[in-house]
Design a binder for this molecule. Structure first.
Ligand code: ADP
Ligand code: ADP
Length: 228
């Protein structure tokens, strides 16, 4: 059985000028532990599809289930990373990573060792007590990933997480992400418009079209992965 089951999903945004049809007839089964990328031109509905999976937007038609359960609100076991980091400037990097614990009502102290370990894994040792504005864009996205991973989510949703970074930093982070995925085998849904990035990282690549946003093709990728 599929981990995420999406059947005939449509999504329209309302506006003063009428509805914008962002998604139409989306059918997709996401397997447990797979790395799935969603690729397509700007405006084809990639972010919308990811937000629907993350429970941040409601679907208009069709059905969306995680482990057979219809989604109502953000799934507790999902970590999310967006293009623009959402770190709080007045908090230290460590405290930003620990925010997830607060959201879930867990004790900060219990999760601090794991936060420190994740920061180390992502090359941020020594920056725990710095503030976001003291770090580069790449470092901030590393911290955002640590935050998303803090409570060991079974699902990681990423919306062009490295889209705003320079090409070399992006390559580094993609390699790091591939290694993390090898270690943990979390289910990942990754939105990008970089085709080489999608092929490098993924088990499957979903290609979307616009007007209306729909799936054009699903590619199975079978390439050797980097090892940790
Ligand atoms: P992509 O991520 O592929 O660039 P989006 O999912 O952001 O595509 O957008 C798909 C379509 O839905 C676009 O036409 C976009 O303008 C529209 N859209 C996205 N978000 C909203 C919103 N909050 N309100 C109205 N229209 C939106
Ligand atoms: P993306 O990188 O996904 O293409 P955009 O720059 O198109 O992002 O959109 C940024 C944000 O604005 C997103 O959260 C999206 O949902 C929202 N948005 C996009 N199009 C519209 C729209 N037509 N009306 C309202 N909000 C929109």
């Amino acid at each position: 059985p599929a981990y995420i089951s999406i059947e005939n999903v449509g999504k329209a945004y309302g506006s003063r000028h009428g509805a914008v049809k962002a998604l139409s007839g989306i059918d997709l089964q996401v397997r447990e532990g797979e790395f799935l990328s969603i690729l397509g031109p700007s405006g084809c509905g990639k972010s919308t599809l990811l937000k629907c999976i993350g429970g941040l937007e409601n679907i208009t038609t069709g059905s969306l289930k995680i482990r057979g359960q219809p989604l109502s609100g953000p799934p507790a076991k999902a970590g999310m990373v967006f293009q623009r980091d959402v770190l709080l400037d007045w908090r230290t990097i460590l405290d930003n990573v620990l925010i997830t614990a607060e959201f879930l009502g867990l004790r900060r102290e219990d999760l601090k060792p794991r936060a420190m370990q994740l920061l180390k894994r992502f090359g941020l040792s020594g920056f725990e007590n710095r503030h976001p504005w003291e770090l580069s864009g790449g470092m901030r996205q590393r911290a955002s990933i640590c935050r998303a991973l803090l409570c060991d989510p079974e699902l990681l949703l990423m919306d062009e997480p490295f889209g705003a970074l320079d090409a070399m930093t992006r390559d580094d982070l993609n390699l790091e992400l591939a290694r993390i995925w090898q270690d943990t085998r979390k289910t990942v849904v990754f939105v990008t418009h970089g085709i080489s990035e999608a092929i490098f990282l993924s088990d499957r690549v979903v290609m979307m079209d616009r007007n209306p946003g729909r799936i054009a093709e699903v590619l199975e990728i079978d390439l050797p992965r980097p090892r940790s």
